[in-house]
Design a protein around this ligand. Structure first.
Ligand code: LLH
Ligand code: MG
Length: 386
């Protein structure tokens, strides 16, 4: 008999973090402190499991009980396209209660389960277009910390360190509110100039600047970046305004990339392409509602001869890079001179995305998404199960 989905659980557990977010959601280094994280587990009637680390705010009990369990329980977990569509169709009547991220977490767990059932890593199930990808170092946002990322010179010094570690590409996140004085086009240009001068012409550089510049501020910044031979210009304005991005992309030679945070899954991405709002499309395993719709965006872009870059780190985004080669980079970060990104937190046995001396990440060979979870830690530190 075909196995069907039997149990869907979210376990809240404690672990240790060395970063924290500011009131605007930007992550910075912090002293080690206890935090709660969450694991979604989907189990089928044969005992096969799909597991993924999630943000529990998107999978509260009401969301699980009203939408996710009714849509999935008793269904064949391998029929991801059908299950994703049935969940996505529930979004309209959920009045904002069933988010794209919730869809994404469920889809990731189903891909992990499929990997465990077949004994294959997800990047291979997605077609195995390649088995590794170059990483770009994605910095944390600018701050006010001495020796951190407080000045253009700090960004330049950190960029030199990153190149020494093997990275061949670096993306800056410059100063954003609530940092006093941020944002500032002049300061952004100073940081981008300092980094280019520090690393020379052979390192690819990108900028992800304050997300709420005006059109004219974004244009001024973009023109400076193209003079500095930057590789792409990311999210300088509110992404809901597609016509602003078309206005910007029409006037710049440097590739404009997007959208990253815009809601609307693969449908919004198609609008960006046909509107001419970007030169490089953007997707992400949880940004667009899962690996399933993210693969659609990669292939959509490919059919327009466009690159489609994957936003964010983690096992789902790494797996997604196996679905094509027009997502050229893996975004590794967020990095900071006072934070050891390679330190393994207590709920993991190893990091999934170690880089080699050339800044390349080799995809994991473990079945499923490949996260090396310490299930004993998670079990013994579980404080609540939804
Ligand atoms: O604003 C930030 O803190 C970063 O931009 C962050 O959201 C990061 O995920 C990003 O945009 N990467 O490209
Ligand atoms: Mg970004």
């Amino acid at each position: 008999m075909t196995p069907t989905i039997e149990r869907i659980e979210v376990s809240l557990f404690t672990t240790v973090a060395r970063t924290a977010v500011d009131p605007h959601g930007h992550r910075h280094p912090s002293p080690a402190h206890e935090v709660q994280e969450a694991l979604l587990t989907v189990t089928d009637t044969d005992g096969a499991t799909g597991r993924v680390l999630v943000q529990p705010d998107h999978l509260r009990s009401a969301v699980l009980d009203r939408h996710i369990r009714p849509a999935l329980t008793g269904q064949d977990p391998l029929e991801r396209e059908r299950l994703w569509t049935s969940l996505a169709r529930r979004q309209r009547g959920a009045h904002g209660g069933l988010t794209d991220r919730a869809l994404g977490f469920v889809d990731l767990a189903l891909w992990d389960l499929a990997g465990h059932r077949t004994g294959l890593p997800v990047w291979k199930l997605l077609g195995g277009a390649r088995s590794s990808a170059p990483a770009y170092a994605s910095t944390m946002c600018g701050d006010t910390t001495p020796g951190g990322l407080a000045t253009p010179a700090d960004f330049a010094a950190f960029a030199v360190q990153l190149v020494e570690q093997g990275y061949r590409a670096i993306k800056l996140h410059t100063w954003m509110p609530p940092v006093p004085g941020a944002p500032s086009v002049a300061l952004d240009i100073a940081a981008c100039t300092a980094v280019r001068e520090a690393v020379g012409p052979d390192i690819d550089l990108m900028l992800d600047a304050n997300h709420w510049y005006s059109r004219t501020e974004a244009l001024r910044l973009g023109r400076a970046l193209q003079e500095l031979d930057y590789y792409w210009f990311e999210e300088p304005m509110e992404e809901a305004s597609i016509s602003s991005y078309r206005w910007l992309a029409d006037q710049l030679d440097i590739p404009v990339i997007g959208p990253e945070t815009a809601w609307g899954k693969n449908f919004t991405r198609a609008e960006w392409v046909t509107s001419g709002a970007c030169d490089i499309l953007r997707t992400g395993a949880t940004d667009v509602g899962g690996i399933t719709p993210a693969v659609r965006t990669l292939h959509l872009a490919e059919a327009f001869n466009m690159d489609c870059e994957v936003h964010g780190n983690g096992s789902g985004n790494l797996a997604l890079l196996g679905a094509g080669t027009n997502g050229r980079w893996y975004e590794r970060g967020l990095l900071h001179p006072q934070f050891d990104f390679d330190e393994v937190p207590p709920h993991l046995n190893s990091v999934i995305d170690a880089i080699d001396a050339d800044g390349v990440v080799r995809f994991p060979l473990r079945p499923g998404l490949g996260d090396d979870l310490d299930l004993d830690h998670i079990k013994s530190h579980t404080v609540r199960t939804l």
